[in-house]
Design a protein around this ligand. Sequence first.
Ligand code: SF4
Length: 104
Amino acid sequence: MAYFANGTAGIDFEQRYCSRCVHMGPEDGPGCPVWAAHLLFSYQLCNAKEDPGKIILDMLIPGECAMFVPARRLNATKRHEDDRAELERLVARCSEILKEAKGL
Ligand code: SF4
């Protein structure tokens, strides 16, 4: 999981990867659901070894982002749209699992 010890480390990651990635999309959003999931839950789950949410976050960003696709490779492919839809489903499921775990 991309856990950042401070804001500078997070900004560095975002500039190195996200700012060049097709999944970040246009400036007016909606942004990348992988990045959003990490911003929302990485601090909370960083020490939760068996938590499904942490396992999912670890799968998505084990170090470098597993979903990183340099924008220069984008040709508005159907595969990208399918990947994004799958990713959004995964993040939504992650959210459901976390809510179930908390009894919400
Ligand atoms: S897929 Fe990964 S690298 Fe790309 S914007 Fe999302 S978090 Fe950043």
